[in-house]
Design a protein around this ligand. Structure first.
Ligand code: ATP
Ligand code: MG
Length: 563
């Protein structure tokens, strides 16, 4: 049977002050309440209370993964280099990967995620279509040498992840495995008591539901997403697409404007007395070494990350002064698409056919007006490349979008045959011929979820855990006198016998005030105080979240807590 956890024996040392290096609420509170301690940058020790919360999350995850028929396994975290070389991720991960050597000089890595190894496991274990579909998962320690591990367990360099992988012979099968995971995730996050949104992680153009993220809105989040206030559209900002709507309007002929000393959009807009949105900004970049121009409205910023994703695996770089040498066609600060025959022109969909712009005239100190897309210049590719802004129209219904910050707590992804191709993962098909397997990969940040829950539920007093996740159901406080401690321990044993998880503050020589403050900080959902009226067998029951309190007899309190 479970034991009552006694604060007099529990290794928990609460702190009055925030740790100096802590920036986020969860980081501060988890350290102050004695759940975790920093070991070194991005590497954390889980103390008894923290380990309980972590285990509670793992339990919920495990139950829901088992419920969809996924099988739990445990793969090594220390992995040989070869499979990651085969998939090219040994290189692609760059500095994010922890690489090491054994005593013989053979190279290894600490696994950041395990697609390669799971593919090899299934290749070894599965021979026929009859053995599929199969879904495998593990809850395991992952390693990523994150650049700025600043936010406590939100972004660790060592962290706990649930990762699962599905293996199917058909696209329909993969869609079904994906759906099962999506539903399991919805159940998991609901049980954890997390407020979350499911957002599309890839742009509509690339095929909708192939990748979705589960985001927990929180100020400390490092992800930004858009949320439509009037329909159910929500997407990672990188996945937002703007509709291309050609316009048919009459525009006068192109006209040159004398605009001395106006190489920037601000200086140009001021000189002409027009809004920046009337101008066309042409950013020059190098794509695999070749100069490419990117056109966006003058009041918008190019998101180089988005551009890079659209053009991957090509490498996108900014141009330097040297790139202009011998390029008479490129007049720095006065570039316009109407004179760029030899340059590939990428534009934001806002630069739709029929729209007219003020832009560079490809002559020093000169701009041109009435430069019309589709008439005076051609766009080679329309790509969504601008930084999304609050109020941009919803791609689904047109309403102004809201921008919010969130923590990515899960990610589901239809991988397709990428890894199966790399490792020639085939099974014998129904027709007796080999069939290539198709895969999905699905992650949950188990340790990150602890911080996400702390972020969402904490208040001024401290942590405030949802029931399933809390390190105990009730925090019994013995105000101090011998009689009060006796009553507190007695109630604790009774509750424990009834299956309630109890943490009791039976510390001697600690003032009631400190005990109450600690109880608020630790954040168990119910607080039961054996105080002033202990001699009459009356205790006080307090709800940590609402602050509501009532005096009850011991029997009433036990009945309430075991109901
Ligand atoms: P992020 O964008 O936050 O770096 P990611 O997209 O690289 O995350 P995935 O590879 O999709 O992450 O990993 C699956 C899940 O693991 C994520 O949804 C997240 O919850 C969790 N996770 C990823 N990196 C970390 C980390 N450094 N510390 C804690 N949890 C993490
Ligand atoms: Mg992700």
């Amino acid at each position: 049977m479970a034991q009552v956890q006694r604060m007099s024996r529990l290794m928990v040392k609460t702190l009055r002050d925030d740790p100096a290096d802590a920036e986020t609420l969860s980081h501060k509170l988890l350290v102050r309440a004695g759940y975790v301690r920093r070991n070194s940058a991005g590497i954390w020790t889980w103390l008894p209370l923290g380990k309980k919360v972590l285990d509670n999350i793992s339990r919920v995850v495990r139950e829901e993964m088992d419920a969809i028929g996924a099988q739990e396994v445990l793969l090594p975290a220390l992995l040989p280099k070869e499979p990651y070389e085969a998939s090219a991720r040994w290189e692609e991960y760059g500095d994010l990967l922890f690489r090491l050597k054994d005593r013989k000089g053979a190279e290894y890595l600490l696994g950041p995620t395990h697609e390669e190894i799971f593919t090899l496991v299934v290749k070894d274990q599965v021979a026929s279509y009859k053995d599929l579909p199969v879904m495998l998962y593990q809850i395991q320690t992952k390693y990523r040498d994150e650049a700025r591990p600043r936010s406590g367990v939100l972004r660790g360099r060592e962290f706990q992840m649930k990762d699962s992988y599905s293996f199917d012979t058909t696209d329909e099968g993969l869609a079904e495995s994906y759906r099962l995971h999506r539903e399991a995730y919805q159940k998991i996050f609901a049980r954890l008591g997390l407020d979350y949104r499911i957002v599309s992680a890839v742009s509509g153009a690339m095929g909708g539901s192939a990748s979705e993220e589960f985001l927990a809105p929180a100020a400390a989040g490092e992800d930004t997403f858009v949320d439509c206030p009037s329909c159910d559209y929500a997407a990672n900002t990188e996945a937002v697409t703007f509709k291309l709507t050609p316009v048919s309007e009459e525009h006068g002929p192109v006209e040159e404007l004398d605009t001395p000393d106006t190489p920037t959009i601000e200086s140009l807009a001021e000189h002409l007395g027009v809004p920046a949105s009337a101008t066309l900004k042409n950013l020059l970049v190098k794509v695999d070494g070749e100069i490419v121009a990117v056109g966006v409205p003058g009041d918008r910023e190019v998101d180089l990350g988005k551009l890079g994703e659209h053009l991957a695996p090509a490498v996108v770089e900014l141009v330097t002064a040297e790139d202009f040498e011998g390029r008479g066609d490129l007049v720095r600060g006065y570039v316009g698409p109407q004179g760029l025959e030899k340059v590939r022109y990428i534009a934001d969909p806002r630069v739709a056919p029929g729209t007219a712009w003020i832009t560079g005239a490809n002559k020093a100190d000169t701009h041109a007006k009435n430069v019309v897309a589709g008439r005076d210049f051609e766009v080679d590719d329309y790509l969504d490349v601008v930084v999304v802004e609050e109020g941009d129209p919803c791609p689904a219904c047109g309403t102004g979008l809201k921008l919010d910050r969130a923590i990515e707590i899960g990610h589901i992804f239809q991988l397709g045959r990428k890894y199966a191709d790399t490792f020639q993962l085939d099974v014998l098909g129904q027709q007796g011929k080999p069939v290539r397997v198709t895969m999905g990969s699905y992650g949950i940040g188990v340790s990150r979820a602890v911080a996400a829950l702390a972020e969402q539920s904490a208040d001024d007093q401290g942590l405030c855990w949802p029931e399933e996740i809390a390190p105990a159901d009730v925090h019994v406080v013995a105000a101090g006198k011998a009689l009060q401690t006796e009553l507190a321990l007695d109630v604790s044993e009774k509750l424990n016998a009834a299956g309630v998880r109890v943490l009791v503050d039976d510390r001697a020589g600690v003032s009631p005030g400190v005990k109450f403050t600690d109880a608020e900080l630790i954040g168990v959902p119910k607080i039961l105080v054996a105080g002033r009226r202990s001699a009459e067998g009356v205790v006080e029951l307090k709800d940590r979240r609402t602050g509501e309190r009532e005096e009850l007899t011991v029997d009433e309190a036990i009945a309430r807590l075991t109901a």
